[in-house]
Design a protein around this ligand. Structure first.
Ligand code: GLA
Length: 374
């Protein structure tokens, strides 16, 4: 065979076998004209230990959120002690891969150490002390990553499901203006960072109304805020109409919308979701954990269809939505293996336990492609 023929054959081989591999569709490419696609990362992922997942993460996602690394308990475990070891790795990972880096979160009633709200004798602190602690925390954490973390979940889950304000120690000790103060402190610490209000079940009409009132109060104080719908969904709730209504209601306020913690629980519910809270921990029974040997095809298809329907709503509202973030990368690392029942085998994400795309992945990509073609 002549040298030019060999070259030609080598070229054809490259086109046939190599390029299709590189051109293989990824989430971030499929949605590049619509919104960012993110994932929440755990420490072994952003510190580089979970080697098999790193290439998946960098290929598929262009935004990251820290599953736990930036929560108060992790970065500020004791009054005079900050620990940024994990958080620094998280931010470095995002920078190394040119990702949109999210900070999560600053003011929450959960995963916040008891000392924050107490004096040395264990009694509740007064308003001024708690405000000072809040300001110190926010200015230290946000200030450390000023210009590097692009947006912050400033307040997480301030509302009850009926739309009233949650009786958290923040509300009880400081009063309602803890909300405005938190956003003002965050803005002071990084005037260019985007600031978010983040919560679950905002698709419930009453809770949505409470969030709208809260955002309007912030807006009246000149605070620019965007809203994060966590998006912890089940097969049959919320309905796609409720999701659509919620996105529209928030975008009508002139705020950007993000889906910040998306997953779809594929297992039987142990109780009415409206009665669940972060501490829920039901007894592990086999009927609550039916798919320990793999997801039956029929359920796999139901999950794919649910994801297709959800993404059809997101795509319809693409002018309002800036980011869709999954709460985890593969089914193996989802919190839904532990909540609201510990030790289950759940299937809530787009990649299986061996990092392989599931039918739900194909369904989501198809939804993006069908949006592109008229
Ligand atoms: C909430 C929080 C997240 C995470 C999930 C469960 O949605 O905002 O940080 O803790 O619960 O993992």
């Amino acid at each position: 065979m002549s040298a030019p023929t060999q070259c030609l054959l080598a070229f054809c081989f490259t086109i046939l076998f190599i390029l299709p591999c590189h051109a293989q569709i990824t989430l971030k490419d499929a949605f590049k004209d619509y919104f960012l696609i993110g994932a929440a990362l755990n420490q072994s992922q952003f510190s580089g230990l979970a080697t098999s997942e790193i290439s998946l993460i960098t290929a598929q996602f262009n935004s990251i959120s820290p599953e736990n690394a930036l929560k108060w308990a992790a970065v500020h475990p004791a009054p005079n002690r900050y620990d940024f070891t994990a958080a620094d790795r998280y931010v470095e990972f995002g920078e190394a891969h040119h990702m949109f880096i999210v900070g999560h979160n600053l003011v929450w009633h959960y995963q916040t150490p008891a000392w924050v709200f107490q004096d040395e004798s264990g009694k509740p602190v007064d308003r001024d002390t708690l405000l000072k602690r809040m300001r110190d925390h926010i200015s230290t954490v946000v200030g450390r990553y000023r210009g590097r973390i692009a947006g912050w979940d400033v307040v997480n889950e301030a509302l009850n499901n009926d739309g009233t304000l949650r009786q958290s120690p923040w509300l009880q000790i400081i009063g309602e203006d803890y909300l405005v103060k938190a956003y003002q402190f965050a803005h002071e610490a990084d005037p260019h960072a985007q600031l978010y209000y983040n919560d679950y079940m905002l698709e419930l009409p009453a809770k949505r109304a409470g969030a709208i009132a809260l955002i309007q109060k912030l807006q009246a104080q000149g605070i620019h805020v965007a809203v994060g719908l966590q998006g912890h969904y089940w097969f049959d709730r919320p309905t796609t109409v409720e999701i659509d209504d919620a996105i529209k209601a928030f975008s009508n306020l002139g705020v950007n919308v993000m889906i910040t913690e998306l997953d779809v629980d594929a297992l039987p519910l142990p109780a009415n979701p409206l009665t669940l809270n972060a501490d829920s921990n039901f007894e592990l029974k086999s009927e609550l954990n039916p798919y320990t040997n793999g997801l039956p095809d029929i359920v796999q298809q139901t999950l794919a269809k649910r994801y297709a329907d959800i993404f059809a709503v997101f795509l319809k509202n693409r002018a309002a939505i800036k980011r869709v973030t999954f709460w985890g990368v593969t089914d193996a690392d989802s919190w839904l293996n532990y909540w609201p029942v510990r030790g289950r085998t759940n299937y809530p994400l787009l990649f299986d336990r061996r990092c392989r795309p599931k039918p739900a992945f194909d369904a989501v990509v198809r939804a993006a492609r069908s949006t592109a073609s008229p």
